[in-house]
Design a protein around this ligand. Structure first.
Ligand code: A2P
Length: 332
């Protein structure tokens, strides 16, 4: 059988990727509905050799939809997802709106696919930085346990959306032409800079992005006491988030053993041959759907510590691909 699918936010950076992933993975689509706002209604997007016109998201539009993939931001999700559920669709939501809601499963198919079937209409797709980290850490977590995670991220601008991709391009051109550099998406210039600031600041001094990594990791691994300390930075990269991760395990694991179990795990590719200068790079993740793990080495300051460098395409495994994989599990 095949399904009627809607993509809400179809003209956005993640939404366009969702359409591509549905096509590339040959998801059994009967009818594809592409939804956004009046701003982009009428935009034509290709799907399997057909062009589909983007429509305005309005009441009634979900009545014949089986699965709605949302990537329009938290505000729109909060408003529109409950409507889609009422009209009979199952929502897979890429925003932050419902992730920590107790009634909403937060799913990475490699880790907790069984949670999908507890849904009451909405399934949440985790934050991009969280997804790639938990995919890489799960085999270690299952083998020796994890006491504490310390992570610093180097996140691509595409995670902010299409406007941020345009802003980085524009600033690079302005720089080359010797013009004044203007910023509107970020509070500071992003070209040739690094901003230790993603999403809003919370009262505890952390950003919301950092707290997502703490809280979502605990929920996905079903370990409410897991210690996680995160610093999230935006870097002038278009696609692919990188992460420096230090884990303190409960029992000792050697580098060789860690590489062996990571190599066996699905959704992971170990890229770790320093002798040949092979290590994960964001540019590598542009056409590789795996979570890339490398620079695996012992923490010389702690006998239970392990360091690694984790890279994934934030629009694919970090967003669109994970959402479509959830849909694939849902229809199995
Ligand atoms: P539009 O193109 O009409 O503005 P990005 O994350 O790359 O910024 O993209 C956001 C996506 O979400 C766009 O497709 C945008 O559509 C869509 N969007 C924003 N607000 C809404 C809304 N209230 N309802 C439906 N789609 C929305």
């Amino acid at each position: 059988s095949s399904y009627n699918i809607a993509v809400v936010g179809a003209t956005g950076a993640v939404g366009r990727e969702m359409v591509k992933v549905l096509e590339q993975r040959n998801f059994p689509v009967n009818k594809l509905k592409l939804l956004a706002t009046e701003r982009s209604a009428g935009t034509r997007i290709n799907f399997k050799g057909e062009t589909i016109e983007v429509q305005v998201t309005r009441e009634g539009v979900f009545k014949d939809v089986d699965i709605a993939l949302f990537s329009a931001g938290s505000g729109p999700s909060k408003k529109i997802a409950p409507l889609a559920v009422k009209e009979g669709a199952v929502v897979i939501d890429n925003s932050n709106a419902f992730r920590m809601d107790k009634r909403v499963p937060l799913v990475v198919p490699e880790i907790n696919p069984e949670k999908i079937f507890e849904h009451e209409g909405i399934i949440a797709n985790p934050n991009c930085s969280t997804i790639q980290m938990v995919v890489a850490l799960k085999p270690i977590y299952d083998t020796v346990g994890i006491e504490r995670i310390i992570v610093s991220t180097y996140q691509a601008v595409s995670g902010t959306g299409k406007k941020a991709i345009e802003e980085l391009k524009k600033q690079v051109k302005e720089y080359i032409k010797g013009k004044d550099i203007e910023s509107s998406v970020y509070p500071y210039q992003i070209a040739f800079n690094v901003l230790p600031h993603i999403d809003i600041f919370k009262e505890n001094g952390y950003t919301q992005e950092e707290m997502k990594m703490v809280n979502e990791t605990r929920k996905i691994l079903n370990d409410p006491d897991l210690k996680v300390s995160a610093t999230a930075a935006r870097v002038p990269v278009f696609y692919g988030h990188s992460e420096s991760v230090n884990v303190q395990t409960k029992e000792k694991i050697t580098v060789d053993e860690a590489k062996r179990i990571l190599n066996k795990a699905s959704g992971i590719k170990v890229v770790d041959e320093p002798g040949r200068l092979l290590y994960p790079l964001p540019l590598m993740s542009e056409d590789d759907d795996n979570v890339l793990v490398g620079r695996i080495r012992e923490d010389l300051s702690h006998e239970l510590g392990l360091n690694m460098w984790i890279v994934a395409n934030n629009l694919r495994k970090g967003a669109a691909l994970n959402a479509v994989q959830i849909a694939e599990e849902l229809i199995k």
